[in-house]
Design a protein around this ligand. Structure first.
Ligand SMILES: Nc1ncnc2c1ncn2[C@@H]1O[C@H](COP(=O)(O)OP(=O)(O)OP(=O)(O)O)[C@@H](O)[C@H]1O
Length: 236
């Protein structure tokens, strides 16, 4: 379970996250939806413990900065950050060693096959296309089988097969009781899978929408998103 309480992050004078509160239970998928600059990547980086911030973040009751919590957490960044001189296969072996994984070989092969990278295993990081880099980055995030996994704009650059596969992965993570947080601009891409959507605007959570709320209105998530993000500012 992920609990984010009163998190505020400033980059000098810019308040990128302003008193963010959110909770995602195990077996649930949370979505961060918001225009460019709303603060989605910043809260993901705070949850991963990459940035200093005010407030508290816990993962299964442990502070996100503890080693226990870090063992539970996986991250697929917005921009893949690969090693130019390691091959596809070596990236995954590196992750396996860093996390001291056992019995990962079969899962590694499954991931390579699902994301159509099996014939690219000898290619170096800097020889991969943008989409291939993104797919490898997703495989690296999934290989340690994290209990909590954060995806920052994971669909960008993916081909239709990889998008279909990633949606299946989301479904499987949910079934296995993992806790998933996905930042996306592609409202339609995850329509059937989410439990709670946090609509972010100007560094704040402007609305929290539960799936059951949608069932009770005739508005779509897209309607709610535009109502909130395109509402005129007060006093204008
Ligand atoms: N390293 C940084 N230094 C200074 N300001 C930053 C930095 N990173 C982000 N910001 C600012 O913080 C705010 C939130 O940025 P963030 O990247 O979290 O938004 P986002 O919702 O992920 O946007 P996008 O959809 O474009 O990826 C923006 O105003 C941005 O300019």
């Amino acid at each position: 379970m992920l609990v984010v309480s009163h998190v505020t992050k400033k980059y000098r004078k810019v308040i990128a996250n302003n008193d963010i509160n959110l909770t995602i239970d195990n077996g649930q998928i949370g979505i961060l939806l918001g225009p460019n600059g709303a603060g989605k990547s910043t809260i993901i980086k705070c949850i991963m413990g990459f940035l200093k911030y005010d407030g508290q973040i816990t993962v299964d009751g442990c502070s996100n900065k503890t080693v226990e919590a870090k063992r539970y957490m996986g991250y697929v960044p917005e921009i893949p950050s690969l090693y130019p001189n390691l091959t596809v296969d070596e990236h995954l072996e590196f992750i396996a060693r860093a996390y001291k994984l056992k019995d990962y070989k079969e899962y590694k092969e499954q991931l390579l096959e699902r994301f159509e990278l099996q014939d690219k295993r000898k290619k170096f990081g800097d020889e991969l296309s943008k989409g291939m880099q993104q797919k490898l980055s997703i495989c690296c995030g999934l290989l340690p089988r994290p209990q909590l996994i954060l995806f920052d704009e994971p669909m960008i650059g993916l081909d239709p097969h990889a998008i279909k596969e990633l949606k299946k992965v989301f479904e499987e993570l949910k079934e296995k009781g993992c806790c998933v947080l996905v930042s996306t601009h592609m409202i339609d891409s995850i329509e059937e899978l989410w439990d709670t959507t946090y609509i972010m605007k100007d560094g704040q959570i402007a609305a929290t929408v539960d799936r059951k709320d949608i069932g009770e209105t005739d508005k779509s998530l897209e309607d709610i998103f535009f109502e909130i993000t395109e509402a005129p500012k007060e006093g204008v």
